[in-house]
Design a protein around this ligand. Structure first.
Ligand SMILES: N[C@@H](CCC(=O)N[C@@H](CS)C(=O)NCC(=O)O)C(=O)O
Length: 213
């Protein structure tokens, strides 16, 4: 099956899907999108008017939204690599819940803080940033408690919600640190140790160097 992934390695939601591809060992054709470049954005909008990445296209498929892409991969390639959505219905529901919490109450507010920081001081929105920080604190408390009950999370039972958590945890190290939460620190350590995350980090390095220069 021909699968083209439209993505950018610096994008958190792209990283979520990249981890899923790497965990499952599924090949894809990369289509790198730069939404910061007006021409690149305009071109991409012709393909997907919502102008969000990632997007998966291929033989008769057009699949936006990171979670839906992973659901598709799991349905099409159930036996490939790591199973990211458990077969058991109750376990699958729990994974989907964690995936939603992570995207909505962690990834999105981390992105708000990141993009606010790129704006000139007069265009920044301190109230929105404070609200984002409050949401992340609430999520940290939830995660710390959940991880204390399942200290092996992100290891043998690695799943879609772990793909979702990796990127915001990576960026939050600098944007909204979580050192006060030992279970979250240990969890990120387990995620970082995975071969899929190591591969992603190597690909991300040049983009990080550009941001930091
Ligand atoms: N709910 C979407 C979120 C996708 C999303 O927000 N992607 C960001 C990059 S991480 C994006 O495309 N931002 C461009 C923009 O908002 O203009 C998903 O899960 O795929």
């Amino acid at each position: 099956m021909n699968l083209t992934l439209h993505y950018n390695v610096a994008s958190t939601y792209s990283q979520k899907v990249l981890l899923a591809f790497y965990e499952k060992g599924i090949a894809f054709t990369p289509a790198v999108i730069n939404l910061q470049d007006p021409a690149g954005r305009a071109e991409y909008k012709k393909l997907y008017p919502m102008a969000k990445i990632p997007l998966l296209t291929g033989d008769g498929i057009f699949i936006p939204e990171s979670t839906i892409i992973i659901e598709f991969l799991e349905n099409e390639f159930p036996d490939a690599g790591t199973r990211l959505i458990p077969l058991d219905k109750t376990a699958a529901r729990r994974v989907r819940f964690k995936d939603r919490v992570t995207d909505l109450y962690f990834n999105d507010p981390v992105a708000s803080i990141f993009f606010d920081g790129l704006k000139p001081p007069e265009a920044r929105n301190p109230e929105a940033v404070a609200k984002a920080r409050e949401t992340i604190d609430m999520t940290y408390a939830y995660m710390e408690d959940a991880l204390s009950k399942n200290p092996a999370s992100g290891g043998a039972d690695f799943n879609m919600s772990d793909c979702a958590a990796f990127a915001p945890l990576f960026y939050a190290q600098r944007l909204h640190p979580y050192q006060a939460y030992p279970n979250i620190v240990a969890y990120f350590g387990r995620l970082m140790a995975r071969a899929s995350a190591q591969k992603l980090m190597i690909e991300l390095l040049p983009a990080l160097e550009r941001f930091n220069s």
